[in-house]
Design a protein around this ligand. Sequence first.
Ligand SMILES: [Fe+2]
Length: 735
Amino acid sequence: MAKYILGIQSYANHDTGACIIKFGNNIKPELVAISEERLIRKKYPYTFPLHSILYCMKHFKIKKFKNIDLIVSDWIREKKWHRSGPSYNYQEFDYIKEKLDIKKTKLIQINHHLAHAASTFYSSEFKSSAILIVDGNGSDVETNSYFLGYGKKIKLLKNYKYHGLGAAYGAVTKQILNLGTGGEGKTMGLAPYGRFNKKIKINYENKNIKTDFKNFMLRMPNSDVLNHIHPNYRANTIRQKVKKAEKSNIMNRLYRDWAFMIQNITEKTMRHLGNDIYKITKSKNICLAGGVALNSVANEKLFSKSKFKDIFIFPACADAGIPYGLALWGYYNYFKQSKKIKFDNAYTGINYKEIEIKKVIKLSGLKYKKINDKEIANLISNGKVIGFFNGKSEYGPRALGNRSILADPRRKYMRDYINKHIKHREFFRPFAPAILEEKSNDYFKIKKSPFMLRVAKCKYKNKIPSAMHIDNTARVQTVNKKQNPRFYSILKNFNLITGIPVVLNTSFNDAGEPLIETPTDAIISALRTNLDYLILGNNSIQLNLIAKITKKKLLSKLLNIREKKIYRDSKLSIKLLTKSYSKIEKKKKILEGNKKAVKRVLKDPILRMKNYFKKLKKNSKLFIIGTNDHTRTLIKIFKKDLSKFKSIKYFELKNNDIYQNKKKIKIFDKLNSIKYNKNNNYFISTFQYSEEIKYHFSKKRINAFNAYDNCSRSIIDYAFIKKYNNKFKMYQKII
Ligand SMILES: [Fe+2]
């Protein structure tokens, strides 16, 4: 009998989705995976993957949710299913999780970085490999993890927490360049327009697995229940004050240079991490995942300057790939399956039959005719811009020839034209070349890059100007026959016609819209953009002949149909997946859940401190080690509790947690002047540097009290919120 494993994330993530694996005796294992944003047509949804699960279940004809044999999920902050993210606000996501109609025994949770590691290592062809994960933050606020993969096993070697590269890159993207959630790719595109700028100081330290940005930004977690309740409770993570860019001035020297500087540091840091994990593993191979692995330029630097012989980067290496990694982990580790699930291509979506495609075209009333690959290549060579819908959709953010906009890379104007008139996006965004794999070495110093995650300099920049970046590099996609026979055939035909084995390939979507998934999405997106032709399977629709008014009417009709279907599917999925779902109960639970989360984040550290002081004997000696501003806040809050001690010694770190001005604490000493004694009471009085102080004491084999855990906010935040409530954006006025 067939068994089914479902992989889903445990918290409201911007990249939610689902993956189901079907397997069993004498059954060839098969999987389907999809991101929620594609199905609900909204980027960064933060909602429970109702539609993705339904999509996968429909594909395998799974009638009841109970028929799923195992759910594998990650954990965030705490290893428990209900309220797995205590520092996050309670949303419908959490309520649906509670109401899922499945036995708890069918549920397992693994570390977030382990899921990333599983996604990349199990998809590679390596028997053993070093695995490097770098992202915003993992289960226990890890930012970098080293794993070793061998056979079916994945072993954690080391990790680093708190001040990571992913968070720093994200902070520059959002807080300085103003390019929004998921805008990191835009920063990467902008970087080559900038140059080294002495005035921009991004302090960081790379040492072993540590990539420490503590002097540049505040540590995590800073995205939690508080800023969901009010945006003013979200701390400005970057320590220096830089005026945010706007659309109109993003090309100012300063902002271009910021993009350049953070990109430059990212490349150096990834190179450093590559060399460091090599030193530890001495592996021939490296697998990458985590959001930072989308930085194809940095990947290239890492690989080219390392001793690794081969590299594999999973196409959905950011959190979109987590459901897939989770399901695979369950397959190999929980069910201990030995049959390898091969990852020959990135097309993990479902197939749309010709009959379904025709039905949609007919419903739209658009004229269509049959088209073959040679004719498609011909259209492209004649300068036509094509929306191309073919077979199963791609996993991850890159369109790899099944949901792509294709154009002639020889035409220089094409880049600006597509950016401006078709995709309605920033002019500095580059396009990628898709090239016949066997010809790749002729154009680029790269043999294989099937998922567009590697970058190379082009040997003939004048031959394919619109598929190059300003610095003559390109994010290459190599295509072979096995991987995608149809796309390969189009490239082959284009080469026969033009002598160029390259086609410009960019994702089939409008600005701010997720990649298209269904034939209806393809028509809607095509009507919104200025595409010349839309190819749906083997059918061609000439769009430039349709009158504007007809387009407008049809667009509104199709949008209406789609919206209704999304609504119906939400209802259907809730019915199928949950038991005793109630809107009233949901509302109540959201209120209660958020109260609990605020307590956990803000009040619990204070309580723990209070209990600690209470527990100590009257007249005992207390050593407070920390930063000036944190300790001053501590003294203010605990004036009464501290008065019971016979003596308090203060030891002060060089830096402050947040405030720039240092005010004197009555008596203070330097950290290295502490005379250690196991019988003394050591209290860590810093949030930003608590990990380092903890490490300092653990080296001396002395216990020091730390009130913070992986979801706490600092007592400085507590004091700030108490004093200002939500009047000011956190720290804006006082840094
Ligand atoms: Fe991640």
